[in-house]
Ligand binder design. Sequence first.
Ligand code: SF4
Length: 382
Amino acid sequence: MDRQESGMSRDAAAWLAALRDLEIEKPLRIMNVCGGHERSISLAGLRKAIPDNIELIPGPGCPVCVCPEEDVYEAIQIALHEDVVLVAFGDMLRVPVNVPKREPRSLEQARAAGADIRPIASPREAVDIALAVAPRIVVFFAAGFETTTAPVAAMLDEGVPDNLVVLLSGRLTWPAVAMLLESESPGLDALIAPGHVSTVMGPEEWEFVVTRHGIPAAVAGFRPDTLLAAMYSVLEQLKTGRRSLDNCYPEVVRAGGNPRARQQLDSVMEVYDANWRGVGTIPASGYRLRESFAAHDARRVFRSYADDSRKRVGEMPPGCDCARVVLGKIYPNQCRLYGVACTPRKPIGPCMVSDEGACRIWWSSGYRENLWEDRGEAVSRA
Ligand code: SF4
C-alpha cells in the first residue's frame, strides 16, 4: 500500500483491492458527469491508484461551464441597465463572456462598474434580499443542473415576494450523456452516474445508458469508497458481459428520487431544447419557467438583452478548449492555455472559474504539467 492509499478508508482500500483483482487488461474509459465526483477522484488520487489501463474521464459535470454566453451576457446587461439587485451563486460572478475590451466581461466587472450584484449561497438568501430591498426588483440569475434548479422551483412553488424574478439557466444532465452516446465517438465504456442528481430525479434517469446503449452504469456518492465501488461495478460488468444500473449510493439515492422535488420542478418549469456553451443545442436539456410563473420570469419582466449573435456554437474565449473538456474529449491539461495563460487566479474560460470545473479541480489537485503537445482527438492518459 503506497502513501496515497494509506489515507483511504478500509472500505475504499477493499474496493480498490477488488478492482485490481478483476485483472482487466483492455484499456477502458469510465466517465463521470459530476464536479463533486471529479473533485473526489482528483483529490483522493484515484487516477493513480487504479490500474494504468483504466481511464477516469471528467465529462459534462459543471453547470457554470455550460451556461450559455448569451445568458451570462443577459444577466450582465440587466444588472447594468435596470434598477435592480442581481443575485447569483458565487461561481457565476467571474464567468467571462466575449465582449469588446471597454465593456464589463463578467458580473464581477459589472459590479465594479457600479451594478448592484451580490453573491448568494441559497435561494433563501435571494428571498431575504428581496424582502429587504422591496420594492426594488431582485433578479436571481439561477444557473445549475437539477440539484440547483429543484430548490429554485421549490422557492417559486412555495411563494416569493412580488419583487423577486428569476433569470433561469437550468439544465438537465442526462441529455448531454445521451448526446454523447448517440454520437459517432462517445468516448466512454462505462458511466459513473451522479449521486446528487439521482437523489432528486431517481436513478431510473440513467437506465437508458444500460438498456439503449449497453453501457454499464453505477450511481456513486462522493467518498472514495463509493466511487471505487461504482468503478468496480462497471468494470465487473464489462468483464462478465452482465449489464445493469447499479446503485452504489443506496443510503441517499432511492427509487423514484424525491417525488416532492420532481413535482415542484414539473409544476414550475418546462423542459425545452437548450443551448450549452461551446456545445450547441441539446434536445430536451433545459428548464424554463412556465407561463403561470411569468410574473417572476426575468425574461418576460425585462425587455430582452439576449444577443442572438452569441448563440453560435463555439463561443468560448479565444484559445479556450473548455467545450472539449466538458465533453470528455481532452483532459484539462491538454488545453494549450492550461497553467500557462489560464490559472484559477487569472481564468480564461469557465472551466477554470467554477469549483465544479474540471480545469480548476485539476489545478487545485496538483496537476501542473501542460500536456498540450501530446494531445490528439482521443483522450490520452494525463
Ligand atoms: S485551461 Fe482555461 S482556457 Fe483551457 S479549457 Fe480550461 S478554462 Fe479553458
